[in-house]
Design a protein around this ligand. Structure first.
Ligand code: FAD
Ligand code: NAP
Length: 549
């Protein structure tokens, strides 16, 4: 059955106005909301649009609105794009109320690793119900520095709550501790079962299929959810830090030893500003100036990006901080989340993950992604690990199992789609399934090849479209394959398909969205702005969902 697509959002903003497609789509959406959705509209002139926007539209930046009375939650958050650099995000948020600028400082992935989405984390900081400024793992130091800067403004301002009609998440009383294993603040212990390498020998990648036993945890999940893991640092790295500080491993820190706290209590990855601050108190002369500059975010020797905690100690050899002060100066070790790649319906009591082990070399030392190498190497069968289920907010199978689904997941992006397929197979969902998978080389990096080929042969996986980026001279990515079969994709979309993308947030997800928009424009015969509006509508109606990192 062919379903007529919903009308795209009409164009109020002229094509010549100096906005990106996303900004134009957002503004069109705003005006559509203000005027009511009309099927035929006359685009506003630049002058009319400028008047409505309360600013100059032709070239000059829009004037900063006065600190608004509302919390700006309806402003569409045009900075909410994980591929947009921080300065551009902050520029777009300029003049907005503080909670909105706090939000713009986040990595915009809505990845829930902090325990919130970007907006709710910002609101919680504004309401001071959350004090930790370093929870945004993908934003790293750049985000925590900007939050620190903005927080000073908050400290200086007289206490005022945002005057929204309904209380924001942050204003609501802090909920009681979540049920065990349902939040990063209340993890439970599960049993690590096994790891199996998904790449064949000769691959440049190291990706693991991980199995974890949930017995005794009371945990359950639905496909689309993610799984949080509290890692432990590499013991070799911990020993090197102990040696650089010349402190005995059993030095007591509260009721634990120094080694224990260094192992699972603090991050040994990017050296935080506080550590340089501490170092600046313990050294003098030029070294002190350098440490002070590093603490302020400067890069006096052009090596700041390479300085993990050990490299920082090697850069300032001989400093002997008090062990407790040293621990205080470090960031807490954060959990990492992984898309669940199994279905409880077909694999009761278990959860599986698909994890790419992060290892890279800097100055002849191999640096390790703390959690991916923990599950991809250090943890052993039967070990108990601290975990929790992170509920997905907008990433789920359609309620109607007869709806077709299109899944685009290169690399580890395949994880939730393996779960979707297992679930739909187990419940005998009649809807058609189309998977786009891609990776470096077909001979080495075809994850879950046997299962996927069997599903395809059985006809359950209606289509399997593969893109190998390093099999030929020319890079072939999933979005190239999408364009090749654009007509069929458009036909599935017309049939009500739900579209999903998972994997790299910075480049792939953006390129996939561009390809999808171009396909809608070409095969739906829509002008580019309307095609972008159509895709925005797909998103708004949860028919285009992303799980990107
Ligand atoms: C919702 C969600 C779902 C996810 N699902 C998955 C999944 O299914 N599978 C998966 O593998 N991951 C997934 N991730 C990513 C995962 O959470 C971790 O971010 C990832 O495993 C890296 O964590 P780590 O602790 O190993 O590395 P970290 O210790 O956090 O180190 C990673 C950091 O190292 C640096 N780095 C990495 N490579 C290099 C390099 N070559 N040169 C210099 N610096 C470098 C970068 O700063 C990078 O941010 C997901 C993330 C989210 C938010
Ligand atoms: N920060 C970075 O530079 C970087 C780079 C890679 C991965 N990552 C991260 O590492 C983690 C795991 O990665 P992964 O193992 O899932 O796979 P991945 O390294 O992201 O690669 C999966 C496939 O996607 C291809 N790819 C690269 N750029 C693409 C683009 N713009 N559009 C579509 N496909 C693209 C890759 O090709 P080629 O590699 O041959 O180009 C490869 O074939 C993710 O968190 C990812 O974000 C970060």
């Amino acid at each position: 059955m062919s379903i007529t697509p919903r009308p795209p959002i009409p164009s109020f903003i002229p094509e010549s106005a100096p906005f990106t497609v996303e900004q134009r789509t957002w503004l069109n959406g705003l005006f559509a909301g203000l005027f009511g959705l009309q099927e035929s509209v006359t685009p506003l002139s630049n002058a009319e649009a400028a008047k409505l926007l309360g600013g100059l539209i032709d070239g000059a930046a829009l004037p900063a609105p006065a600190e608004a009375e509302d919390d700006g939650a309806d402003d569409g958050a045009p900075w909410h794009d994980p591929a947009m650099p921080m300065p551009d995000r902050m520029k777009l948020a300029e003049g907005r109320p503080l909670p909105r600028r706090l939000m713009a400082a986040m990595a915009q992935q809505d990845c829930s690793q902090c325990g919130y989405n970007c907006k709710d984390y910002a609101d919680a900081l504004f309401a001071k119900s959350e004090k930790r400024l370093n929870l945004c793992v993908p934003g790293g130091k750049e985000t925590s520095r900007m939050l620190k800067q903005l927080y000073q403004e908050l400290d200086a301002a007289p206490a005022a709550a945002p005057a929204a009609a309904t209380p924001t998440v942050a204003e609501q009383p802090k909920p009681a501790l979540a049920a065990p294993g349902r939040s990063r603040d209340n993890p439970v212990y599960a049993t690590f079962l096994s790891r199996r390498r998904l790449n064949k020998p000769g691959s440049e990648k190291e990706t693991w299929h991980i199995e974890i036993d949930l017995a005794g945890t009371d945990l359950d999940y639905v496909v689309g959810d993610s799984f949080g893991i509290f890692p432990a640092n590499d013991p070799v790295l911990v020993s090197s830090v102990l040696a650089a500080l010349d402190v005995p491993a059993d030095f007591p820190i509260g009721d634990r030893t120094f080694r224990e706290v260094l192992t699972d209590g603090v991050s040994l990855s990017p050296a935080p500003d506080m550590l340089f601050e501490l170092i600046s108190y313990l050294t003098g002369g030029e070294r002190r100036q350098k440490a002070k500059r590093l603490a302020a975010g400067d890069d006096p020797d052009g090596d700041a990006a390479k300085l993990d905690v050990l490299a920082a100690l090697h850069k300032f050899p001989g400093i002997r901080p008090d062990p407790e002060a040293f621990i205080e100066a470090l960031d807490p070790l954060q959990p990492r989340v992984y898309s669940i790649s199994s279905s409880l319906t077909s694999n009761p009591g278990r959860v599986s993950l698909t994890v790419d082990a992060v290892r890279y070399e800097i100055d002849k030392r191999t640096r390790l992604g703390v959690c991916s190498t923990f599950v991809g190497g250090r943890v052993a069968a039967s070990d108990r690990i601290r975990v929790y289920v992170q509920k997905a907010q907008h990433f789920a199978l359609p309620d109607d199992p007869s709806k077709p689904i299109i899944m685009i997941g290169p690399g580890t992006g395949i994880a939730p789609f393996r779960a979707f397929l297992h679930e739909r197979q187990a419940i005998k969902a009649p809807g058609r399934n189309w998977l786009f998978f891609g990776h470096q080389r077909s001979d080495h990096d075809f994850f879950y090849e046997d299962e996927l080929v069997a599903m395809r042969t059985a006809g359950f996986l209606t289509r399997l479209t593969l893109a190998w980026s390093r099999d030929s001279k020319e890079k072939i990515y999933v979005q190239h394959r999408m364009r090749e079969v654009g007509r069929d994709l458009w036909s599935w979309i017309n049939d009500g398909a739900h579209i999903y993308v998972c994997g790299d947030a910075l480049r792939m997800a953006k390129d996939v969205e561009t390809a999808l928009t171009d396909i809608v424009a070409e095969h739906g015969r829509l002008p580019p702005a309307d095609a972008a509006g159509f895709v925005a509508e797909l998103k708004a109606s949860d028919r285009y969902q992303a799980d990107v990192y």
